[in-house]
Design a protein around this ligand. Structure first.
Ligand SMILES: NC(=O)c1ccc[n+]([C@@H]2O[C@H](COP(=O)([O-])OP(=O)(O)OC[C@H]3O[C@@H](n4cnc5c(N)ncnc54)[C@H](O)[C@@H]3O)[C@@H](O)[C@H]2O)c1
Length: 299
């Protein structure tokens, strides 16, 4: 079933030889996406923080697809220095970039510092800004941001971005907030990039059995582990909508939209709030010490 659906997807696309960057491509959904793109002949850069796992994933994909153009480059999205170093090395090495898939995901926070906000939003935001000119010079090109239906429970307090929220379900809330930021980021990116040939999409992959839930509290694990294993999608199934948005022809009119199950879906009300999207963008730039954007703000 899965192969058939993917087959349909591939038949209707024209995939050029592309360079694809996939933060978080060493496991789960990211690895499954990278494998399918490599199978179609793409040049793929897996970008993740654990060098051993990254190299192993790249080796597995080369072995499974016969495509030698699958590389690993180190990237830790929780460190701005690492994001800058990755971007500099990438830009020096790769003349083209047609697809940036912001897929890395973190659910766990540390004291007083929101790791989900840093990794899931801010690190990806910085990476996208640093690679934007290369995406533009390679246009048509796409940015995909792997969000989640969990964005619906997100509540962004703009004055406290980056601080973990209070309350008994702080970790879950923190993750949902970062996923709302993903939806708003894709929306604002698309608006600012209108007419450049670069389009942006947010994607919910479904509930997928991956390492993402490794920090599930011990007391919940007897329920969660079998639920995840037997009821959730496989990583290959979770990759479907990401691959659809990466490769389907004719998606330009949907730039900025949120996709699930290979079709655009209305995000929650806060996820459609353009003023919030603009404020998040401007505050993210300030937090990162970036000059106001190269791309035009939208009125
Ligand atoms: N699994 C699900 O049910 C589900 C549901 C909705 C959305 N998502 C989203 O899908 C994406 C992929 O998650 P997954 O389920 O494949 O989980 P996963 O844990 O298998 O993959 C996450 C990847 O992110 C990488 N990563 C984490 N922190 C990083 C950092 N600091 N720097 C660089 N890379 C880092 C990890 O190395 C890993 O490769 C995430 O954005 C997640 O929020 C997952």
């Amino acid at each position: 079933m899965m192969g058939h659906l993917l087959g349909l997807c591939w038949e209707s696309v024209s995939l050029p030889p592309i360079a694809e960057v996939s933060p978080g491509g060493s496991s789960g959904i990211g690895e499954a996406v990278a494998r399918e793109l490599a199978r179609c002949g793409a040049r793929v850069v897996l970008a993740t923080r654990n060098a051993v796992r990254g190299e192993e994933a790249a080796w597995r994909i080369r072995r499974d697809t016969g495509n030698p153009e699958v590389l690993f480059m180190p990237l830790d999205l929780s460190s701005l220095r690492s994001v800058h170093a990755f971007a500099a090395a990438f830009l020096q090495q790769e003349p083209n970039l047609h697809l940036l898939i912001n897929n890395a995901g973190e659910q766990h926070s540390t004291d007083g510092f929101s790791l989900p906000f840093q990794v899931n939003h801010l690190g990806h935001f910085l990476l996208t800004q640093l690679l934007l000119q290369r995406l533009q010079s390679s246009a048509p090109s796409r940015v995909l941001i792997v969000a989640s239906s969990a964005h619906q429970a997100g509540r962004l307090c703009m004055a406290k971005l980056g601080q973990p929220p209070p309350g008994p379900f702080a970790a879950f809330q923190d993750y949902c907030n970062s996923k709302l930021a993903n939806v708003l980021h894709a929306r604002q990116l698309a608006a600012r990039l209108q007419g450049t040939g670069v389009t942006a999409y947010a994607v919910h992959p479904g509930f997928v059995h991956t390492q993402l839930f490794r920090h599930t509290p011990l007391w919940l694990q007897p329920l969660w582990t079998p639920l995840s294993r037997f009821c959730f999608r496989s990583a290959a199934e979770g990759a479907r909508t990401v691959l659809f948005c990466a490769t389907q022809d004719g998606l330009q009119p949907f730039s900025g939209c949120y996709f699930a199950d290979c079709r655009p879906l209305q995000p929650c009300a806060q996820g459609r709030d353009d003023a919030a999207a603009r404020e998040l963008w401007e505050r993210s730039e300030r937090l990162l010490g970036l000059q106001p954007s190269l791309c035009t703000p939208v009125e």
